[in-house]
Design a protein around this ligand. Structure first.
Ligand code: SAH
Length: 256
C-alpha cells in the first residue's frame, strides 16, 4: 500500500473590510469557509469568525494593551509552518491586506518559503468611512486624487511625508493610524500651506454599530478628537470633500 501523499498546504491573505460582515466579499467568505486554520487580530470583528467551520483552529495573534501579542516575524513564521503541515491557513486582515497592516511582509515570507499564497482584497477603512459619511473621496473639481497616509511613525514621531507635495496636490488625505499624532500631522500640513479651515472628520469604528464621527476643521480637529477620547480604530479624512458629507445620515444597517 502506498503512503498517502501529504496534502499541499497553502495560505490566503484575506481582506475583511472595516468590520461590518456585510462588507466582506464573497471570495473572502469562501476562503474563510474553506480554512483549516484562521489567524486574526483585534481589527477583525468576531462575528466574521462565524463563517468558519466549527472545527477550524482559531489563533488570535492580535495586539493587546498597545503591545504586539506576537511579533510580526513570529506571525510570518507561524503561517509558513502551519501551511507546510498541509493546512489551508487563512490570515484575516482588517480592511485591505495591502493598505498598511503589513500584509506585504506576510506575503514576502510565504513566497520565500515557497508556500502557495492567494490574496483577497478588502474594503479599506478610508473607503468604508467615505461611504458611511457619503463623502465622495475624489469628487470632480473638488479633489483629483486621494492619498492614503499613515500618521504612525517610530517612537511616537510622524513619518517624513512630503507634506508640501501633499498640500500642492489638492487631493483628499485619508490618514490611517493618526489619532495619536493628529496634532503633529495638522501642524505639518498647515506649515506646508494648507488652510486651518480645511474641513476634516475623524471616524471611529467605521461601518460598525458603534461608529462615531467628529466633524471639524484641520486646525481644531486634534483638540476635538483628544477631548472625545476615541479608543477604537479611527480614520481621519482631510479636504474639501468632507464638506460634501451628509452628517444627518444615520447609517442604515441592512437587515440580515
Ligand atoms: N489594512 C487596513 C488598515 C490597517 S492599519 C485597511 O485597509 O483599512 C490600522 C488603521 O486602519 C487604524 O489605526 C485606523 O486608522 C484604520 N482603520 C481600520 N479599521 C477601521 C475602522 N473600522 N474605522 C476607522 N478606521 C479604521
Amino acid at each position: 500500500m502506498s503512503a498517502c501523499p501529504r496534502p499541499e498546504g497553502r495560505a490566503t491573505l484575506v481582506g475583511c473590510g472595516p468590520g461590518d460582515p456585510d462588507l466582506l466579499t464573497l471570495r473572502a467568505v469562501k476562503a474563510i469557509q474553506s480554512a483549516d486554520v484562521l489567524l486574526f487580530d483585534a481589527l477583525i470583528d468576531p462575528s466574521i469568525l462565524d463563517f468558519a467551520r466549527p472545527e477550524v483552529r482559531r489563533i488570535d495573534v492580535g495586539k493587546r494593551c498597545g503591545r504586539h501579542a506576537m511579533q510580526q516575524a513570529a506571525i510570518n513564521a507561524l503561517i509558513v509552518r502551519l501551511a507546510r503541515s498541509g493546512a489551508h491557513v487563512v490570515r484575516l486582515k482588517g480592511g485591505d491586506p495591502f493598505v498598511f497592516g503589513r500584509g506585504g511582509e506576510e506575503l514576502a515570507s510565504l513566497r520565500a518559503a515557497g508556500v502557495p499564497v492567494t490574496v483577497v482584497p478588502g474594503v479599506t477603512a478610508a473607503c468604508a468611512a467615505a461611504a458611511s459619511l457619503q463623502v465622495p473621496l475624489t469628487h470632480r473639481d473638488v479633489a483629483r486624487s486621494v492619498h492614503f497616509v499613515t500618521g504612525h511613525g517610530a517612537d511616537g514621531a510622524i513619518p517624513a511625508h512630503d507634506w508640501s507635495a501633499l498640500v500642492r496636490s489638492g487631493g483628499t488625505i485619508a490618514a490611517y493610524m493618526a489619532s495619536r499624532t493628529l496634532a503633529l500631522v495638522a501642524a505639518r500640513l498647515m506649515a506646508a500651506g494648507m488652510a486651518g479651515a480645511t474641513q476634516a472628520v475623524a471616524v471611529e469604528n467605521a461601518s460598525r454599530a458603534n461608529e462615531r464621527r467628529l466633524f471639524s476643521t484641520l486646525a481644531e480637529l486634534p483638540d476635538v478628537l483628544a477631548a472625545a477620547g476615541f479608543e477604537g480604530p479611527t480614520l481621519v479624512l482631510i479636504g474639501a470633500v468632507v464638506g460634501l458629507a451628509n452628517d444627518v445620515i444615520v447609517t442604515e444597517r441592512l437587515a440580515a
